[in-house]
Design a protein around this ligand. Structure first.
Ligand code: TYD
Ligand code: MG
Length: 456
């Protein structure tokens, strides 16, 4: 009996993924994080709150369901609406994750201000209402009448208010600060976050009110806490950016109501977040002409082409092992490119440090920028600038061949639109492509040839 009681009383829960262990362990066998286990009381079998099971629902066949377009509330902030899939869906539960200080609260406040015809309840568990007012003043939004603020973290109180006066849209800032007094574990722990989300989910679905949950990312790339509710919410948005740049990128990591490819780009200024509608122009605006190691590539983010500058710096190694460093571009892919350049082009990079950087703080995962990275490295090594009126796109294969990429027309169009005169593309992409008057399309098969064409 005593044993059984002890079992019921405590368990250890990984705060990163929610894995449960009967005893404390250092490394989580599920998500491999270290030191993430915290003792928590198991969830009481009987929840104190009266269960509100709706009885009006019955099973239906497809035939009985009337097809209807999902009605959406457009915020009027295009970069935000597009990432959501065209606006806010009623009754949807949306998680907005990101590093502390990246601008999540600012974004949600701006969204709230734009929805002037809807009543918004902004629940803050992180800041006082005075702090919120200061932020609103920066955004020139302190007179927004549609927003009600509530500094509260006790979810029972919040649910009570929601019951009495449900808003049109609810913002919870942040889900990690919310707690139910009935549960023994601390706010931010797995059981509190899960329970709070479950209750807010029920509110969203029964009242058809969209709910935004703000969640902090605490470790490198891991939404700890919020990560364990990703499967419960309809949409997971991530707000990201580099500390030293003012650009912020909004991505959908999951979206039951839209694609996950779109990104929204914002710039954080003194007066809040501003939409970046012409990203190529911005990302190229600081380009230096005539210096070696810089190539313009046409990348596709979601459905949008974006031109960015890939920079490389190759310098003789002065002590010890040669350094390799990459910002915004996959490090392993860089090692691979260096090997290809050594073996297939005969470049001797063994005695050189190599640094690669995607300008503007963007992160690019697609391999279509390989060619640009390789050409920048060659340009820096030889100290010969790349033709500044050219753009390069193509994936690099292990034998030095340039491989086919997707969305070639869009990339070419964007390059032409921004006044570039030439674009180097993979030979195999030429099928069905026509030369147009604005930009010369130069097909290449191998990396050596691309370097020859692009270095002045
Ligand atoms: P905030 O929205 O509080 O971030 P989060 O909620 O993700 O923690 O934004 C914090 C940062 O944004 C802070 O460093 C100040 C900066 N900021 C601006 O640069 N301009 C502005 O107009 C506002 C409101 C904030
Ligand atoms: Mg905040």
């Amino acid at each position: 009996m005593g044993k059984l009681m002890a079992k019921l009383q405590s368990q250890y829960v990984c705060q990163s993924c929610g894995y449960i262990s009967p005893r404390w362990i250092g490394k989580c066998p599920n998500c491999n994080q270290w030191n993430t286990f915290i003792e928590e009381a198991p969830k009481p079998v009987k929840a104190s709150r009266k269960s509100a099971v709706p009885t009006r629902f019955e099973p239906v066949s497809f035939g009985q369901i009337e097809a209807q377009q999902v009605p959406r509330v457009k915020v009027g902030l295009d970069e935000f609406d597009r990432v959501l899939g065209g606006g806010i869906v009623p009754g949807s539960l949306i998680l907005l994750g990101g590093d502390p200080g990246i601008g999540k609260s600012t974004l949600m406040l701006q969204v709230a201000v734009l929805l002037a015809n809807s009543s918004i309840l902004y629940v803050t568990g992180e800041e006082s209402v005075q702090q919120l007012k200061l932020r609103a003043e920066r955004l020139h939004a302190e007179n927004a009448k549609n927003i009600l603020l509530l500094a509260e973290t006790n979810l029972d109180i919040i649910l009570d208010i929601l019951e009495r006066t449900p808003p049109d849209i609810l913002v919870i800032d942040s889900i990690q600060t919310m707690y139910r007094p009935g549960l023994e574990s601390a706010p931010g722990s797995v059981s509190q976050v899960r329970e709070s989300t479950a209750l807010l989910l029920r509110f969203a679905k029964t009242k058809q009110v969209p709910v935004f949950l703000i969640g902090h990312v605490t470790k490198e790339g891991v939404i700890a806490g919020p990560r364990i509710i990703e499967h419960m919410v309809d949409t997971v948005l991530q707000f990201e950016g580099e500390a030293h740049y003012s650009y912020r990128i909004l991505r959908a990591l999951k979206n039951r109501f839209g694609s996950t490819n779109e990104i929204g780009i914002f710039e954080m200024r003194e007066t809040g977040l501003h939409e970046v509608k012409n990203p190529s122009e911005i990302f190229l605006s600081e380009r230096h002409y005539g210096t070696s190691g810089s190539t313009v590539v046409a990348s596709i983010e979601g459905t949008r082409p974006i031109l960015v500058e890939v920079q490389a710096l190759v310098t003789p190694t002065s002590y010890g092992l040669p350094q390799r460093n990459s910002t915004g571009y996959d490090f392993r892919r860089l090692s691979l490119l260096l090997a290809v350049l050594e073996k297939r082009v005969g470049m001797n990079l063994g005695q050189y440090d190599v640094f690669v950087n995607i300008a503007g703080g963007l992160k690019i995962i697609e391999p279509a920028v390989d060619l640009g990275v390789a050409v920048s490295i060659a340009s820096s090594l030889r100290d010969v600038p790349v033709d500044s009126t050219s753009v390069a796109v193509g994936e690099l294969g292990l034998s030095g061949e340039i491989r086919t990429i997707s969305h070639i027309e869009k990339r070419i169009q964007e390059a032409a639109k921004l006044g570039f005169k030439k674009i180097v593309v993979p030979q195999n992409n030429m099928r069905g492509l026509k030369q147009n008057g604005d930009i010369e399309i130069v097909p290449v098969e191998r990396i050596e040839r691309a370097i020859e064409i692009l270095l002045e």
